[in-house]
Every structure is written in C-alpha cells, then in structure tokens.
Design a protein. Structure first.
Length: 176
C-alpha cells in the first residue's frame, strides 16, 4: 500500500502528515458517491413530484427572524419561474455528475453554492450556532473538487485524456 508524506504551509505554518493513497482513494470515491446520491435523490424526487415548488420553503425563510427575509419573500413572490427549475434540475444534475464522476469540479462548485443558499435560508439555525448540515455538505463538496475526485473511477479520468481537453487545458478546471 503506497503512502505519501506531503509537506505544506497552512496559515503560515509548515505542516506535514502521512497518508495511504489507497484509503484516500476509497474515501474520496465513497464521499463522491454519497454526496452524489444525496443531491440526485433530493432533485429527482422534486422533478418526479410534478407539483413541487420552493415557495413554501422560501416563505418559511421569509416569515421568521431570518436576516434576509425580504430577499426570500421576493424570490417566492416573483422568481419561482426560475428558482423551481434551478433547484430541481440543479440538484438532480449535480448529483448525477458526482455519481458518474463527470465535470466534478464544476458540479461540486454549483452544488456548494446551493448549499450555502439553503444555509442562509435556515437562519436562525435551530440546532447549531453557525455550522449546520448545509455547511458540512458545502465543505465536503469543496474537498471533492479540490481533490479532483472525478478522476477516481469517474468519467473525468477518460475526458481528460481526450484530444479536445488536451487542446483546451482550461477544461481541466471543470473536470477532476
């Protein structure tokens, strides 16, 4: 089993540690598939419901002590034509992308943005002071993108070897 000992500077301090490449690969694959399923299921459930709308959620966020209540109310009143399909299809497609390992950095970024919006709509938090499940999901998604987890038994590994991506290296910022 191969191990590595990276050394890096974090917050102005040198640090290092040893890790197993094999177990990191399994962990990243497991996290990618788990987060992909969570997002895909949440989205496809809304798509298949046929009559799902974010209006109730948004009005709930607008009716409490949320510091952005006016924003959520405006979205519920005037922007549902955009919010509903973005939410349903955003969850479904980012989840599917994570499941198959395609465009993982791009998908993880947008999924993390969705999680941060859900977090903002959750204020004041019921079971935590600052960190809740949405922040945990956003950080997990950040990690999947940072590691390029789509290269681990995913479509991104194949896509990065295509002639198109080799001629357009900027695409690697979306893949991985």
């Amino acid at each position: 089993m191969a191990t590595r000992e990276p050394e890096m500077e974090l917050f102005g301090r040198q640090t290092g540690f040893e890790y197993s490449e094999t177990w990191v690969g399994y962990a990243l694959l497991g996290m990618r598939l788990t987060m992909g399923w969570v997002l895909f299921y949440a989205g496809i459930d809304k798509v298949l419901a046929g009559d799902w709308s974010a209006q109730g959620y948004l009005m709930g966020a607008a009716s409490g002590e949320n510091f952005m209540a006016g924003f959520w109310e405006a979205l519920a009143a005037d922007w549902l034509w955009l919010i509903d399909p973005l939410n349903m299809w955003g969850l479904t497609l980012t989840g599917l992308a994570l499941l198959i390992g395609a465009f993982v950095r791009w998908s993880a970024f947008w999924a993390a943005i969705m999680m941060l919006f859900y977090w903002l709509a959750s204020f004041p938090l019921q079971h935590s002071f600052i960190i809740d499940d949405h922040v945990v999901y956003a950080m997990l998604l950040f990690g999947l993108g940072a590691f390029g987890a789509g290269r681990i038994l995913g479509v991104d590994a194949w896509l990065e070897d295509t002639e198109f991506v080799e001629q357009n290296r900027w695409m690697t910022y979306l893949l991985g």
